[in-house]
Design a protein around this ligand. Structure first.
Ligand code: FES
Length: 177
């Protein structure tokens, strides 16, 4: 019962965070879709040209760490192999843009973007090889699509922010695709 209540409160907190991020993004978009400057909610451009396969880059956006990971084809293929061990493999209870509600939780299979904060109590997980992200606080782990494994206390997948590709090797975080 207590666990269920905590889970509900966490979901509300995560939903509130996502709403705030969406509001921040909306503040920088005119109806025409033209991006205008804003000190806090401004979209963040990320150059991917020098991001090699298997490497994780962390950038800061809206005072939060945002991960950009270039996954290998093998890592993408492996996402199908462990879904029975996941809490929410189809991301039905998760926060992500509509275009990212797929197995990879991404617009492109090889590029994974997520808010790098554990959905349990907000610690910063780390990349563990090319297998998963491990949170050092209470040992929750997330696959390379940010989907939470059943073994730890976190019960919600990582949050995926709005983003789009401006070019082959250039991301814009904070605007809808
Ligand atoms: Fe990540 Fe508790 S904060 S497992």
């Amino acid at each position: 019962m207590e666990r269920s209540g905590m889970t509900q409160r966490r979901r509300i907190m995560i939903a509130a965070t996502a709403s705030a991020m969406a509001a921040g993004a909306a503040m920088v978009m005119r109806p025409s879709g033209v991006v205008i400057a804003h000190p806090h909610g401004a979209p963040l451009a990320v150059d991917l040209a020098d991001l090699p396969e298997g490497k994780l880059r962390t950038v800061e956006w809206q005072d939060k760490p945002v991960w950009v990971l270039r996954r290998s084809a093998a890592a993408v293929a492996a996402l199908a192999a462990h879904e029975v061990r996941l809490v929410d493999p189809d991301s039905l209870q998760s926060i992500q843009p509509p275009g990212c509600q797929n197995r990879q939780r991404s617009l492109r299979p090889e590029i994974f973007v997520a808010i790098g904060l554990c959905t349990h109590q907000g610690c910063a997980p780390g990349l563990r090889g090319e297998t998963d992200f491990l949170c050092p606080c209470h040992a929750s782990s997330f696959d390379l699509a940010g989907r939470v494994f059943k073994a730890g206390p976190a019960t919600v997948n990582l949050v995926i922010p709005a983003y789009r590709f401006e070019a082959d090797n250039r991301l814009l975080i904070g605007v809808d695709a």
